[in-house]
Write a protein that binds this ligand. Structure first.
Ligand code: T5A
Length: 216
């Protein structure tokens, strides 16, 4: 039996990385082997493309060109990291996946047919078993990102964080539309609570959707 594939989606600063770390700990305690990865990136080839995309160096290609780069990175990530881990019976927790392209590059004007083609080319049909959408108002997420950038270990806003609040709000609405259209795959978790309460909500969703029988 192959491992389970769980993706995390949401706007900037929603708490995806924080919650992936916590879910990993809980799953490992339950005896589940876990692989944590992220997009764009997660494999050597895809990490090179990440740098080009998040630095803004690829912005001049326009949204369609950027979407192709996200897809190229995803194809490498799926082949080099995700499928081998699933085949080795590891559960894969992935920070962003194809839904992010739908939302971010869709919002920027790439049409649905092009996004369908790119998704098929990039994923070769690998669909998550469960997607956790951490939903928070864009303003709260951006404040968290802003606060983090003032930490000594923080970083300046990247290419996509730097967009206007209205753009971030449209992305939030698109994520919610996507969740509504695919309720069997996507579960929405309110990300405005404290870290522990969000963690509990995610754990309940994972148990309910995927079960943990046979582990631990
Ligand atoms: N992108 C990506 C596309 O446009 N198309 C695509 O196809 C893909 C895959 C990736 C960028 O690329 C775009 C989307 C993104 O803009 P990234 O650096 O990987 O860039 O950025 P994000 O995925 O957005 O990651 P972030 O780190 O910004 O957000 P997270 O992971 O959601 O948030 P996290 O956990 O790091 O938390 C942010 C801060 O908030 C605190 C944390 O301690 C941290 O300081 N925090 C909380 N504070 C209060 N209450 C809580 N519940 C909290 N949870 C976390």
């Amino acid at each position: 039996m192959r491992g389970r594939f769980i993706t995390f989606e949401g706007g900037e600063g929603a708490g995806k990385s924080t919650q992936i770390r916590r879910l990993r700990e809980r799953l490992e305690k339950a005896g589940v082997a876990v692989t944590v990865t992220r997009e764009p990136g997660g494999s050597p080839g895809a990490e090179m493309i990440r740098e080009v995309l998040l630095s803004g160096k690829a912005k001049s290609l326009g949204p369609r060109g950027e979407a192709m780069l996200f897809a190229a990175a995803r194809a490498d990530h799926v082949d080099a990291t995700i499928r081998p881990a699933l085949d080795a019976r590891s559960w894969v927790l992935c920070d962003r996946y194809a839904d992010s392209t739908r939302v971010y590059q869709g919002e920027a004007g790439v049409d649905g047919q092009m996004l369908d083609l790119l998704e098929l080319a990039a994923t070769a049909g690998l669909v998550p078993d469960l997607t956790i959408l951490i939903d928070i108002p864009a303003e709260i997420g951006l404040k968290r990102v802003e606060a983090r950038s003032h930490n000594p270990a923080g970083t300046a806003p990247d290419r996509f964080e730097a967009d206007t609040l209205a753009v971030h709000e449209r992305r939030r609405a698109l994520f919610l539309e996507l969740a509504e259209a695919q309720p069997e795959r996507v579960t929405v978790v309110d990300g405005t609570g404290d870290v522990a309460s969000v963690e509990d909500a995610i754990w309940r969703a994972v148990e309910a959707r995927l079960g943990l029988a046979g582990h631990g």
